[in-house]
Design a protein around this ligand. Structure first.
Ligand code: MEV
Length: 343
C-alpha cells in the first residue's frame, strides 16, 4: 500500500524531472507553468446543496491533478488521458475545460499564444470525486503561473465556475470551494463557507462502482422531481439538511455511530430523489453487512462512488476488501484526521 505522503513525494519528483527536461531557448526563459489541485469527497448534502441546504465536504490533501503548461507549436495543444490534439477539436467531455482555457487566456490577454497544456489526473473522472473542478483549478493555476501573474481565490473561483457550469448547469460551487479551501468545509450556496475542524476517529472507505456518474442528468432529474412533486421534494431536501447539521455536530464530538446513521438515512433520501442506482445500492448493502457504521453515495450519483464510514482502520480494510470482492472497481481508504487517501 503506497501512502499518500509517498505518492506526493513521487509526484513532486516527477514535476522536478519535467522542469529539468524543459529547454531554455536562446538564453530567454521559455514560457512554462505548473498548477495542481486535489479532489474532494462530499460527506453530506449533495443535491440538496443546490437548493440552499448545507453540505459538508472534505478535500484529499495529496495532489490529484497536475497541469503543466509550456510554449509549443502553433495554437493550443491539449495532452490528457482522454485526448491528445488541438484544443479547437477537443471532444464534448472537454468542452468545459476548453472554454475555461479560452477565457483564462483572454483574462490574461494572451489569446494568441502557442502552448501545450498537459493534464495528469489521478482522480478518476466522472466518479463524484471532484475531478472536473480539480482539473479546472489546476489548469487556471498553471496558466497564471506561466505568465507569472498573481491569482487570487476570487478570480480562480469565477474562472472555474465557467467550466463547472458547462459540466452541470447551475453548480452550487461546493466542489470548487472545497478544492480551493483545502480544508473540510461546511457550505451553503452563495451564503456561507466555514472551514471546520474535524477531530474524528472514523475511517472512510470510498468505493468506485465502475459506472460513470451522471451529475448533469442527476441534477436535472432532481429539478424535474421538484416541478412534479414539490411537497415530497421539499420535505426530502429539508430532511437531508437536518441530517447534515446533525453530522456537523457529531463530527466535532467524535460520535462515529451518529454520523454513520445520518449517512445511511441520507442515502434513503437520495434514493427518493432518484439519484441512486442499483450499483450504488449493492455496494452500500455490502459495506453495511461487513461492519460499516453508515454508507451512502457521494457526489452527483447515478453511478460514481459510495462512501462507507468505519470505526477504525481494521474494519475499513475489511470493508474495502469485501467491496472489491463484490463488484467495486477500486477502493480508497480516507483517513478523516489526515485527510489523505491511499489505495
Ligand atoms: C456534485 O459534486 C454535487 C452536486 O450537489 C451538484 C452541485 O453541488 O453543484 C450534485
Amino acid at each position: 500500500m503506497l501512502s499518500y505522503v509517498k505518492r506526493s513525494k513521487y509526484l513532486l519528483k516527477r514535476v522536478e524531472n519535467l522542469y529539468n527536461s524543459i529547454e531554455i531557448t536562446d538564453g530567454e526563459k521559455m514560457i512554462q507553468g505548473y498548477g495542481m489541485a486535489s479532489g474532494k469527497v462530499i460527506l453530506m448534502g449533495e443535491h440538496s446543496v443546490v437548493y440552499g441546504m448545507p453540505a459538508i465536504a472534505l478535500p484529499f490533501l495529496d495532489k490529484g491533478v497536475e497541469c503543466y503548461v509550456q510554449e509549443y507549436g502553433n495554437g493550443i495543444f491539449l495532452e490528457t488521458t482522454y485526448y491528445n490534439g488541438d484544443l479547437d477539436d477537443s471532444p464534448e467531455l472537454l468542452w468545459g475545460i476548453k472554454h475555461l482555457i479560452i477565457e483564462t487566456l483572454r483574462v490574461l490577454n494572451k489569446e494568441d499564444i502557442n502552448l501545450k497544456i498537459i493534464i495528469n489526473s489521478r482522480i478518476p473522472a466522472q466518479r463524484g470525486l471532484g475531478s472536473s473542478a480539480a482539473v479546472s483549478v489546476a489548469v487556471v493555476r498553471a496558466l497564471f503561473d506561466a505568465f507569472e501573474i498573481k491569482l487570487n481565490d476570487d478570480n480562480l473561483s469565477q474562472l472555474v465556475h465557467i467550466a463547472e457550469s458547462i459540466h452541470h448547469t447551475d453548480p452550487s460551487g461546493l466542489d470548487a470551494k472545497t478544492i480551493l479551501s483545502g480544508k473540510p468545509i461546511y457550505f451553503k450556496k452563495d451564503t456561507l463557507i466555514e472551514e471546520i475542524e474535524i477531530n474524528f476517529d472514523g475511517v472512510m472507505v470510498i468505493a468506485d462502482t465502475g459506472v460513470k456518474g451522471q451529475t448533469k442528468q442527476a441534477v436535472q432529474g432532481v429539478k424535474q422531481i421538484k416541478e412534479k412533486n414539490y411537497s415530497m421534494f421539499e420535505e426530502t431536501i429539508e430532511n437531508i439538511g437536518l441530517l447534515t447539521e446533525e453530522t456537523r455536530v457529531a463530527l466535532g464530538t467524535n460520535e462515529i455511530e451518529k454520523v454513520g446513521v445520518a449517512m445511511t438515512q441520507t442515502q434513503s433520501l437520495l434514493q427518493k430523489l432518484q439519484v441512486s442506482d442499483h450499483h450504488i445500492e449493492k455496494l452500500v448493502r455490502v459495506a453495511m453487512k461487513y461492519g460499516a457504521e453508515g454508507a451512502k453515495l457521494t457526489g452527483g450519483g447515478k453511478g460514481g462512488c459510495i462512501i462507507a464510514l468505519c470505526k477504525d482502520g481494521h474494519t475499513a480494510n475489511n470493508v474495502s476488501e469485501k467491496l472489491l470482492q463484490n463488484g467495486a472497481k477500486a477502493t480508497w481508504i480516507y483517513d478523516m484526521k489526515e485527510k489523505g487517501m491511499y489505495e
